[in-house]
Design a protein around this ligand. Structure first.
Ligand code: ZN
Length: 560
C-alpha cells in the first residue's frame, strides 16, 4: 500500500497526468519513509495508477462535466499546435497553469466510464496520457533516474563496476550526481502543484520535498549492498561509489537562467560549464515565477529519452603512512628538482620512498611531506628525518606489522642511497604532529669546515665554549627566489670542533630547527651574524654537511 492519503490525491493526480513517475509523485507528496520507494517500480506505478484513479464513483456530475470541458480545451490547444508548455506570463502568484495547460482531466481508471468520448480517444491515441506516469514514458521530473535507473539491474551494474576495480573496503557510501537542468524541472513541477500542495499543507516550500538524490539512495543502497554480498551501505565511509547521470537532450534547458540571473553564473576557473548544480539552484531561488514561466514549460516537457548513467567512479579516502628516512648520498634531492620544467637529477627521496608504497597500496598517486628538508648535497644520517606520505585513492589499505616491515625492506633495498625505518600507517590527524613545533625542535649536524689560515687548538677551544648563541639570519641568497626576505633569529645551542689537519676541522652543532648552517659557517656576505668567519677571525667555508638527528618524536619509533 502506498503511504498516500486523501489530501495527497490532487497533487498526485496532477503530477501523474503531467508525466511524473510514481517515485516522483511520492517525493512531491513529501513521503519521507525510505521503504515506500523500495518496491519494484512496476508495482509502485500500478498502485499509483489505482490511487490517482480515485476511490470510485464519488465524483459529482458537476465535477465530471468540468473535467470534460477541461479535456476538450486541452484537445483544442493540442490541435492549435500549442502544447501545454506555452506558459502564460503573469501567472506567477497564482501557480495555476494557464487555462489550456490544465491537466487533461484528473487521471481516471481507463476501465471506468470516461467523462467524454473525446477523452477516451485522447487516452488511446496520446499514449495513455491521462494515465500519466509510466505509461507516458520517461518521467518529466527525474528524467528516468527514479524509474529504470533505480532498479535491480542498475544496482547489479554498479556492483559489477565496483568489483572490477578490486577495492578493499569495509562499507560504502553511495553518491549521486544529477544533471543540473533537473533543478529546472523540479522547479517547474513545483510551480505546477504548488497551490494544491500548500492548500493541503503538504509542503510550504520546494525545500520540503524529498530530493531525487535521496529517493535514489533510499531505493538503491540496499540493492547495491545485496549485489556486493551484504556490504554495509552507510552515510559516511572512506569508500565512495559515485553514480553520475547526464541528459544531453535537455542540457540547454537551464541556459535561460543565465540571462535572468547573470550573477549566479560567473565563469569559474578550471570549470567546464558555468551551469553547475549550485549555480542553477541559486538562480532558481532568485528568479520570479513569472519570468520562469515565460521561459520554461510548466509542467515540464516530456523528454524523448531517459538519463544516461556514466561510468561508476570509485574513490577510497587517502591513507597516510609515516616513517623516517636516511639519505646516504650527496647527489639526491628530497623532491624532484626541476628548473624551468627540466629535471636536474634523475630521482629524489620522495620518489624512491613512494614507488613501493604506491605499488603495495595500489594508489593512484601520492603527496609527500617531511619534517624540514636537507639540501641536495647534504646527507641525513642517524635515526633519520620524519616524513609522511598521503596515498591517494588506495585500492588496498589493510596492512599488518609484518607487511609494513616488508614494504620498508623493499624501499631500503631498492637503492643504496636511502633507507627507511619506523614505517607505519597513521591517521590524517597525526600528520599535524610532524609539523607542529617544528621550528622549536633541535637538530644536530656535522660539518666539514675549511679555513684559509691554519687553525689552532685554542681557536677550537674557543668555539667549544660557545653556548646558546643567537644568530640573525637574513634570508640566504640561495633561497631568496622562493622565500620572503626577512631576518630570522635562530639559536646555536652548542658546538664541538675536532681538528682534522691545519686547514680542516669537523664541527658538530646542535641548533634550533630552521638554522641555515652553511650560512652560519661562511657568513653569506655578512647576511648571517655572527658567523664562524667572524668568530675565528679568518675566512672559512663549509665543504660537507650531514644531518645527524631531527629531534621530532613522531612517528613513534617501532621495535627493530
Ligand atoms: Zn521521476
Amino acid at each position: 500500500m502506498l503511504p498516500l492519503k486523501e489530501k495527497d490525491r490532487p497533487v498526485a493526480q496532477k503530477l501523474w497526468a503531467a508525466g511524473c513517475c510514481a517515485r516522483c509523485v511520492l517525493r512531491f507528496c513529501c513521503v519521507t519513509a525510505p521503504a515506500a520507494y523500495r518496491p519494484p517500480y512496476q508495482d509502485l506505478a500500478e498502485q499509483l495508477r489505482a490511487f490517482v484513479a480515485g476511490p470510485g464513483d464519488d465524483k459529482s456530475q458537476e465535477e465530471e462535466e468540468e473535467e470534460a470541458v477541461a479535456a476538450a480545451a486541452t484537445e483544442l490547444r493540442a490541435e492549435n499546435g500549442r502544447s501545454h508548455d506555452a506558459a502564460v506570463p503573469g501567472s506567477s502568484e497564482d501557480s495555476r497553469p494557464p487555462p489550456g495547460a490544465a491537466e487533461p482531466g484528473p487521471a481516471r481508471d481507463p476501465a471506468q466510464d470516461p467523462p467524454s468520448k473525446r477523452l477516451k480517444l485522447d487516452a488511446a491515441a496520446g499514449g495513455d496520457a491521462a494515465a500519466g506516469g509510466e505509461a507516458a514514458g520517461v518521467c518529466v521530473a527525474c528524467l528516468g533516474v527514479l524509474q529504470g535507473l533505480c532498479s535491480r539491474t542498475h544496482a547489479s551494474k554498479i556492483a559489477e563496476a565496483v568489483r572490477a576495480e578490486q577495492f578493499q573496503f569495509d562499507a560504502i557510501v553511495l553518491s549521486v550526481s544529477l544533471p543540473a537542468q533537473l533543478g529546472v524541472r523540479e522547479h517547474s513541477c513545483w510551480l505546477h502543484v504548488k497551490k494544491e500542495a500548500r492548500e493541503k499543507s503538504m509542503a510550504l516550500d520546494k525545500d520540503d520535498l524529498v530530493q531525487v538524490k535521496e529517493a535514489f539512495k533510499w531505493t538503491m543502497q540496499g540493492l547495491v549492498a545485496r549485489e556486493l554480498g551484504g556490504v554495509a551501505v552507510v552515510a559516511k565511509s572512506a569508500f565512495e561509489v559515485g553514480v553520475e547521470f547526464t541528459h544531453a537532450e535537455t542540457d540547454a534547458d537551464c541556459h535561460f537562467l543565465q540571462a535572468a540571473c547573470p550573477s549566479c553564473f560567473r565563469a569559474a576557473k578550471n570549470k567546464g560549464s558555468v551551469f553547475t548544480r549550485m549555480a542553477v539552484v541559486k538562480a532558481l531561488e532568485k528568479i520570479p515565477d513569472a519570468t520562469f514561466l515565460r521561459h520554461s514549460p510548466c509542467p515540464p516537457a516530456r523528454p524523448a529519452a531517459r538519463c544516461s548513467a556514466q561510468d561508476v567512479q570509485c574513490l577510497h579516502a587517502s591513507v597516510f603512512v609515516a616513517g623516517r628516512y636516511n639519505k646516504f648520498c650527496r647527489s639526491l634531492p628530497q623532491t624532484p628538482w626541476l628548473i624551468d620544467g627540466k629535471r636536474m637529477m634523475e630521482s629524489s627521496v620522495e620518489e624512491l620512498i613512494a614507488a613501493p608504497l604506491v605499488s603495495a597500496f595500489r594508489a593512484d598517486g601520492f603527496n609527500f611531506s617531511a619534517s624540514g628538508r636537507e639540501d641536495v648535497d647534504v646527507r641525513t644520517l642517524g635515526k633519520g628525518r620524519p616524513f609522511a606520505m598521503e596515498l591517494l585513492n588506495p585500492h588496498r589499505f589493510r596492512f599488518n606489522r609484518t607487511e609494513m616491515r616488508q614494504i620498508q625492506e623493499t624501499i631500503s633495498s631498492s637503492s643504496d642511497r636511502i633507507a627507511v625505518r619506523d614505517l607505519q600507517v597513521v591517521s590524517r590527524d597525526c600528520m599535524g604532529h610532524m609539523k607542529e613545533g617544528e621550528e622549536e625542535k633541535t637538530k644536530s649536524y656535522t660539518a666539514l669546515v675549511w679555513t684559509q689560515k691554519e687553525v689552532q687548538e685554542e681557536d677550537l677551544a674557543f668555539i667549544n665554549d660557545i653556548k646558546e648563541l643567537t644568530l640573525d639570519q637574513k634570508t640566504p641568497l640561495r633561497v631568496l627566489h622562493r622565500r620572503a626576505l626577512a631576518v630570522r633569529q635562530r639559536v646555536v645551542h652548542s658546538m664541538s670542533a675536532q681538528l682534522r689537519d691545519p686547514h680542516h676541522f669537523l664541527l658538530e652543532l646542535r641548533t634550533q630547527a630552521g638554522t641555515y648552517i652553511k650560512e652560519f659557517v661562511h657568513g653569506d656576505f655578512g647576511r648571517t651574524r655572527p658567523n664562524l668567519c667572524q668568530l675565528l677571525k679568518m675566512d672559512a667555508d663549509i665543504l660537507e654537511l650531514d644531518v645527524q638527528s631531527v629531534d621530532v618524536d613522531w612517528p613513534p619509533a617501532l621495535p627493530e
